[in-house]
Design a protein around this ligand. Structure first.
Ligand code: ADP
Length: 218
């Protein structure tokens, strides 16, 4: 799909990376600099909240068995339903993506700030690397992702590996990157990387730098 255009000139950084690579951690650090963060995972939850047309559409397509007892969407059950059924997954994406991107654009246009960070876990998978002005990839080895994922969410290793395998590879993501944070060290290192990038993005936003060379930060 094509993501809708932004109708203003604000600089937007697409922050992406594999599951448990450290995106949310990096996003929080940008937030501490006073930068508005729009998280597409969070927007994806909003568009299927009770009463939203997105939820009604999903129930019409997949049945009430994807609802929890309290009427909210049982995301785990829906994920399990479509994970091994590519046509169903495509149908679900076709329902959700236009709603998610329209809502994300509306949030971003209302959010202000010196520039904005849009956390977009599947930016590369969906071929949307050109949507933001610049792409920042949080990169780490797959084994590190796996360790962090199991430590954070628990669950079994087979499922964790299946999720990793369904995502873009490190190489595919890096090919789409302007800037890269290599998150394979202690978390304290991330703050310095974000400080450096924040300064660069503020320069871009001030018009001093239009398309500066990409930075790769440890
Ligand atoms: P994502 O948003 O990409 O899924 P998170 O930011 O939630 O990833 O990070 C995944 C997990 O790994 C979290 O529990 C986080 O606290 C932890 N984590 C992130 N970066 C590091 C790091 N450099 N060292 C150790 N743990 C980290």
């Amino acid at each position: 799909m094509r993501a809708p255009e932004f109708r203003d000139q604000r600089i937007r950084i697409g922050l992406t990376g594999g599951i448990a690579s450290g995106k949310s951690t990096v996003a929080r650090l940008f937030g501490a600099h006073g930068v508005p963060v729009i998280d597409l995972d969070q927007v994806a939850r909003e568009v299927v909240a009770p009463g939203e047309p997105g939820l009604a559409e999903i129930v019409a397509a997949f049945g009430t068995e994807v609802l929890a007892a309290d009427g909210t969407l049982d995301r785990a059950r829906l994920r399990a339903r479509v994970f091994h059924d590519p046509p169903a997954r495509k149908r679900l994406e076709a329902m959700l993506h236009p709603r998610i991107f329209a809502a994300a654009v509306a949030h971003a246009e209302a959010a202000g700030g010196p520039y904005q960070v849009i956390v977009a876990p599947l930016l590369v998978e969906f071929g949307l690397a050109d949507w933001p002005d610049r792409v920042l990839v949080v990169d780490c080895p797959a084994e590190t992702q796996l360790e962090r994922l199991l430590a954070r969410d628990g669950g079994d290793e087979t499922l964790a590996r299946a999720i990793l395998a369904s995502q873009a590879t490190r190489e595919q993501r890096l090919a789409a990157a302007d800037d890269v944070i290599v998150n394979d060290g202690p978390p304290e290192r991330l703050a310095a990387a974000v400080d450096t990038l924040d300064a660069l993005y503020r320069e871009m936003a001030a018009g001093a730098e239009h398309d500066p060379p990409g930075l790769r930060l440890p």
